[in-house]
Write a protein that binds this ligand. Structure first.
Ligand code: BGP
Length: 476
């Protein structure tokens, strides 16, 4: 029976804008994340037009990792991390996105961070664009709806590949690129593609166009990254939310199949180097007339990824509502509750088997190594009378998911590179923009109101995860 690889990459995951802070330090420019206010009481974050006085922009300070990273990396090392997934803030390297030269101070910051990781034998795993692009590219070019963004991104990516050659081997291009199917949400549009919503515009068409440019940019980046260093492993990053049929009714089964296709075609393009057969028909039926050139299609073929990086938090359910034969998946109308699973406070269905299901789904289609680069349980943690967070609910969630991940390796033969639970240190939540939805093994003293000392402390899950890593997943 196959066990986890001996060099299995245990670690944790974060993203630059959710923990660094220092939003104007070291010559950094303004990113889309810098103009999004915190959400409140289930209300989505607001996207402002620039930075408004008196508004709360939580990631401006976040958890001040920009200054405290040495202390934090030391804690990761104490847990035995083999790798650390973070992103490079594009605006630290190219403050406006279209600058002629990169910003040396920004480049140096990541040099120092990666050196600090290597000091402890921790391998950096880097996402190039994790829910942010320079805000200037939004105001000046309309974000990813503009083909020019391809060149800007490739220049950014290539600058990073060259500068960090020998220090970074594992890369991903765009975080959760397929979340853009949720084009009804301003947040998803802004974070994934820097697309401001335009009244009266067919945002679905714009989403497909923007996604195409991103996929072309990714395919060029993959090729450039391999040229710079053939050892580079460059993956995609897909949000895996399996969509089950609510019943065994054949129409529900078909609706679920079509829903899966319409959420995961991004992975087809990344891994197979081509659009699936239904897509040109879909584009034609909708008269989308997208700017997709023959040269683009060649590029997609040549720039396929080395591995499938993905996040997994929950599964979803769908029932057939009739409608068009294409059963086009519509995020807004598909929040059907699965009666067989419980959900978190945020309504995220807790479904460990769904992780194994998603891994098999990817494996059957792409036959590539996989990397679970996000998984975790967002909760409101209470500090106990002894000053410690006793987060047995988090341990329980992670344990049950690791069990399924091991089954996928042992019984399904899936080649799994590593596992990096999300938010290994408490940070700003992407969805709410607040601090109190926490995922960490390490507690950070800061609340939704922005109060706190920013002091770090170990939760119960810290010691538990340390043991999991020490035994390569044997002792759960
Ligand atoms: C993923 C994102 C992360 C992260 C996580 C948890 O979608 O890649 O950036 O934040 O979800 O989501 P949230 O912070 O909304 O709980």
């Amino acid at each position: 029976m196959a066990k986890l690889r001996k060099d299995f990459l245990w670690g944790g995951a974060v993203a630059a804008h959710q923990l660094e802070g220092g939003w104007q330090d070291g010559g950094k420019g303004m990113s889309v994340a810098d103009v999004m206010t915190a959400g409140a009481n289930g209300v989505a974050r607001r996207i402002t037009d620039g930075v408004l006085p008196g508004e709360n922009y939580p990631n401006h300070e976040a958890i001040d990792f920009y200054r405290r990273y040495k202390e934090d990396v030391k804690l990761f090392a104490e847990m035995g991390f083999k790798c650390f997934r973070t992103s490079i803030a594009w605006t630290r390297i190219f403050p406006n996105g279209d600058d002629a030269e990169p910003n040396e101070e920004g480049l140096q910051f990541y040099d120092d961070l990666f050196d600090e990781c290597h000091k402890y034998g921790i391998e950096p795993v880097i996402t190039l664009s994790h829910f942010e692009i320079p805000y200037h590219l939004v105001t000046e070019y309309g974000g990813w709806s503009n083909r020019k963004l391809i060149d800007f991104f490739v220049k950014f990516a290539t600058t990073c590949f060259k500068r960090y050659k020998g220090k970074v081997k594992y890369w991903m291009t765009f975080n959760e690129i397929n979340n853009q199917t949720n084009y009804q949400s301003d947040f998803a549009l802004m974070t994934n593609s820097g697309l401001p919503k335009h009244e009266g515009e067919d945002m679905e068409r714009t989403m497909y166009q923007a996604s195409h440019y991103e996929l072309v940019a990714s395919a060029i980046a993959v090729q450039e990254g391999h040229k710079v260093d053939p050892d580079n492993q460059i993956g995609c990053m897909i949000a895996m939310v399996p969509i089950y049929p609510l019943t065994a009714k054949p129409t529900d089964i078909m609706a679920a199949e079509k829903a899966m296709q319409s959420r995961y075609w991004f992975a087809d393009v990344h891994a197979n180097g081509r659009y699936p057969s239904w897509m040109p028909i879909f584009f034609e039926n909708h008269k989308y007339n997208l700017d997709i050139t023959d040269e683009d299609l060649e590029t997609l073929k040549k720039g396929t990824v080395d591995y499938i990086g993905f996040s997994y938090y929950m599964s979803n359910c769908i029932e057939d509502h009739g409608g068009a034969p294409e059963y086009h998946y519509d995020e807004e109308n598909n929040g059907t509750k699965n009666p067989y699973v419980k959900a978190s406070e945020w309504g995220w269905a807790i479904d460990p088997e769904g992780l194994r299901y998603g891994m098999n789904w990817f494996n059957d289609r792409y036959h590539l190594p996989q990397f679970i680069v996000e998984n975790g349980f967002g909760a409101i943690d209470k500090v106990g009378a002894d000053g410690k967070v006793h987060d047995d609910y988090r341990i329980d969630y992670l344990r049950r998911h690791i069990e399924q991940m091991k089954l996928a390796v042992e019984y399904d033969g899936i080649d799994l590179m590593g596992y990096t639970p999300w938010g290994c240190i408490d940070l700003v939540s992407a969805g709410s923009g607040q601090m109190d939805k926490r995922y960490g093994f390490i507690y950070v003293d800061k609340n939704d109101a922005g109060e706190g000392t920013l002091a770090r402390s170990r939760k119960d899950s810290f010691d538990w995860y340390k043991e999991v890593i020490a035994t390569n997943g044997e002792d759960l």
